[in-house]
Write a protein of this length. Structure first.
Length: 410
């Protein structure tokens, strides 16, 4: 059954963090009624591969029974009042998909750190995801102790102590720990109540020129559609500031990879907003908060299969500069936190390959110069970045790219 649209556009992007087997997607499904892993490969493997999303409304019982996600209170069947809408940003937890997770983190206003009560805490990607949250400046976090139905009370207490030790000295040190069973929808009302208490809607600046990070892009036309019935490509993401309206002229940058006289460069795309969707319905205007779908006049072949992920959308000539070379001040971890064995992080070296995440963009490149306080890279894919932007840095260790620290764009 198709979900009803929300009364208002979602205000908050709430991320899910944690190891691959901790039940993040199951938790989102229990709260929002949507299984976020929809790609065929995700369904086959049973894991999240791309950034998933789902909208949910938070309602308050008019008889004081607390919060829920429906228009009728499940406790007393009385009417409820809509409080606000939330968009879940469900990120992959597998170590090989860390760069995708970092793209999703760029959209989050707050996060649920989902930990598995039946496993030793922390698992490798628990450490890595919490570090990514700190890099992305996410400081509104709740800890979800999931799968309590699989353990005894004594085991739950021991696991709780492990969680406390894990988050000590981190941004999540004082975060409430909520024991739940996502599989059986146990204690979800308490989790919703704590979301309302501890993760407020950030203040937004709607007066600035609009800017949106693209996290997904689609061709929504079915195979065999007649040419006269084809619709333009659709981009999805989150608006960081300002307001977009149907009919607006927009720029998508860095845009398309172009080769001219043997040289590779990127060229921006210009189009018009044909439609906007937010909270499960079409709207005339969309602003900060939640995940927004933007229908365009673009050739759908450009947007199919996430072809424009990592681009930034804005008013023409109002976007940050396009960078082919990146200069940043490095801040490296002492240890590689995403591996079973906590290896020492070596200094960045000249001529080594690194992967960087800026917003939802992922690029790789070669280090041309590496000094103690400054690193210069030549990028294989251009990115948009303003000075003082934080950049996540990953290095190839074993068979995967591992998060080793962050940089501040100079």
């Amino acid at each position: 059954m198709e979900k009803e649209p929300l009364p208002k556009q979602p205000e908050l992007n709430l991320g899910t963090l944690g190891h691959v087997d901790n039940g993040k997607s199951t938790l989102v499904q229990a709260l929002a009624g949507v299984w976020t892993a929809k790609h065929s490969e995700e369904l086959r493997r049973g894991i999240t591969i791309r950034v998933g999303y789902a909208d949910v409304g938070i309602y308050r019982c008019l008889k004081g029974r607390g919060y829920c996600t429906s228009e009728k209170c499940p406790e007393c069947n009385s009417r409820t009042k809509f409080v606000r809408g939330i968009s879940f940003v469900d990120c992959p937890g597998h170590h090989s998909l860390m760069v995708t997770m970092l793209s999703g983190a760029a959209l989050m206003d707050g996060a649920l750190l989902v930990l598995s009560a039946d496993k030793k805490c922390p698992q490798p990607q628990d450490r890595e995801h919490l570090a990514a949250a700190e890099i992305a400046d996410i400081d509104k976090i709740l800890i979800v102790q999931n799968k309590i139905d699989l353990i005894t009370q004594e085991q739950a207490i021991d696991n709780f102590k492990e969680i406390q030790m894990f988050v000590k000295g981190t941004v999540a040190e004082k975060a409430p720990v909520i024991p739940v069973s996502a599989q059986h929808s146990i204690n979800l009302e308490l989790l919703i109540e704590n979301v309302e208490k501890h993760i407020p809607t950030p203040k937004r600046d709607l007066s600035k020129p609009p800017k949106m990070l693209i996290v997904r892009s689609f061709d929504v036309n079915k195979p065999g559609t007649d040419a006269e019935k084809l619709v333009g490509g659709v981009i999805g993401g989150s608006i960081l500031e300002g307001v977009f309206s149907v009919g607006d002229e927009i720029e998508i940058s860095p845009g398309l990879r172009v080769e001219t006289k043997g040289k590779i460069h990127y060229g921006p795309l210009f189009t018009k907003i044909e439609s906007l969707t937010a909270g499960g319905k079409f709207v005339e205007k969309a602003q900060c908060g939640g995940l927004v779908g933007v229908g365009t006049h673009l050739d759908p072949s450009l947007t199919r299969a996430d072809g424009l992920v990592g681009n930034v959308v804005g008013k023409p000539n109002h976007l940050p500069p396009v960078l082919n070379n990146l200069t940043f001040e490095p801040h490296l971890f002492k240890q590689v936190i995403g591996t079973e064995e906590l290896l020492k992080v070596e200094k960045v070296k000249t001529n080594e390959n690194l992967v960087v995440n800026i917003g939802t963009a992922v690029s790789s490149g070669v280090v041309k110069s590496a000094r103690r306080d400054i690193v210069e890279m030549t990028l294989r894919r251009s990115v948009l970045a303003e000075k003082k932007t934080r950049v996540a840095i990953s290095r190839r260790i074993g068979d995967s790219w591992r998060l080793i620290g962050y940089g501040i764009v100079k």
